[in-house]
Structures are given as structure tokens and as C-alpha cells.
Write a protein that binds this ligand. Structure first.
Ligand SMILES: O=C(O)CCC(=O)C(=O)O
Length: 186
């Protein structure tokens, strides 16, 4: 058998990646908007994370009610939402929920799977690059895959990448935003 077949997978099933979903000009314009937004610390059942977040359309409140309505998705987010939706093979309006994460230097996101109420997840990255880490239990151990994620790229979490694998990001080395879009599971 060729050594090719012994190589570990480069990404979990259901993960897709597209470099340069947005242009440097689009990234600059989005960052200028995000700098004016009232980000708040991420709260999870009494725990305060180091990343800051803001949601539009729908918000998942981990401290009680779950999914709640919030301010509608602003016009300036619609072009990137539509590009993210096209990448996922969905109409733009399917992405009723936007969660924007802001990571300053040192801020991580811990191991998690996104809430089952959501189906597909598309993340668009701005500013610093990062490494998306995936893990899946294999008996007593974890199978692990790390995927580099560059600024202006998009990733899709669907299928096994969404339901079987957990993901996390290491502490940010520099300022980064992710604009994440989710549709509701039918
Ligand atoms: O910042 C990212 O790209 C990851 C975001 C994430 O995992 C989440 O919002 O649940």
C-alpha cells in the first residue's frame, strides 16, 4: 500500500475551508465597524471567558433561556453573510444567527461543540491567523487534528466535524475576530 494511504486526515469529515472569502478591503471595512460595537465578555453559567462577543438576529444565552431574539443583523454584515451562506450552500436568510467573537492577545476558546439547535456553522476570520484544533474520543484517547485558519478565510463545520468532533482555539497571539453564522436545525 502506498504511504499516501497512511497519512492522517487533514481535516475532519464535514469540515470545508475556503481561503480569501473576503478581500483585504472588505476585511478593513468590517474591522472598522467591529471596533465600534459594544462587545461583552462571554458568559457561561457564571464563568467569564476572555473572549468578547456580540450577537445579532438570535443569541444563544448559556445562562438561562437558550435562544433569544436580539437586534437584527445590520446591513453592513449582509454581504459577508451572503458570501458565507453561498459557501455553505444555503440562502443568505438561512443564517438567522450571527455571533462575533473578539479575541485579544491571550484569549482562547475552550473545547466545545456548538449547540444542537444549530445545524451548519460558517466562521469568517479577520486579522490574526489561528489554529483550529479538533479532537474526538477514540477509546481512552483522543484523535486530534489541527487546521490552520488564515485571515479572510471561511470554514464550514457540518456533518461529523459538527457533531462528533469538539473544537477549540489556542490563546490568540494577536487581535482576531471571527464572524460566525449558524442556521437552525430543521
Ligand atoms: O473563533 C472561531 O473561529 C471559533 C468560534 C467558535 O468556535 C464558536 O463561536 O463557537
Amino acid at each position: 500500500m502506498s504511504a499516501l494511504f497512511d497519512l492522517p486526515p487533514v481535516a475532519p469529515d464535514g469540515f470545508r475551508y475556503q481561503a480569501d472569502l473576503i478581500t483585504p478591503d472588505e476585511e478593513r471595512a468590517l474591522v472598522a465597524r467591529l471596533e465600534t460595537q459594544p462587545f461583552e465578555p462571554f458568559l457561561f453559567r457564571g464563568y467569564e471567558g476572555r473572549r468578547r462577543v456580540i450577537s445579532f438576529g438570535l443569541k444563544y444565552d448559556f445562562n438561562g433561556p437558550g435562544l433569544v431574539s436580539v437586534d437584527p443583523i445590520p446591513d453592513w454584515l449582509l454581504p459577508v453573510r451572503d458570501k458565507a451562506a453561498a459557501f455553505a450552500g444555503l440562502p443568505g436568510e438561512a443564517f438567522a444567527h450571527v455571533l462575533i467573537n473578539e479575541y485579544r492577545e491571550g484569549a482562547p476558546i475552550g473545547w466545545h461543540r456548538d449547540r444542537p439547535v444549530f445545524e451548519k456553522v460558517v466562521g469568517v476570520s479577520l486579522l490574526a491567523p489561528t489554529l483550529m484544533r479538533f479532537r474526538r474520543r477514540e477509546g481512552a484517547r483522543f484523535q486530534r487534528i489541527n487546521v490552520p485558519v488564515e485571515p479572510r478565510s471561511a470554514y464550514l463545520l457540518d456533518g461529523a466535524a459538527r457533531t462528533d468532533w469538539e473544537h477549540s482555539l489556542p490563546e490568540a497571539k494577536a487581535h482576531r475576530y471571527s464572524i460566525t453564522f449558524r442556521n437552525l436545525r430543521g
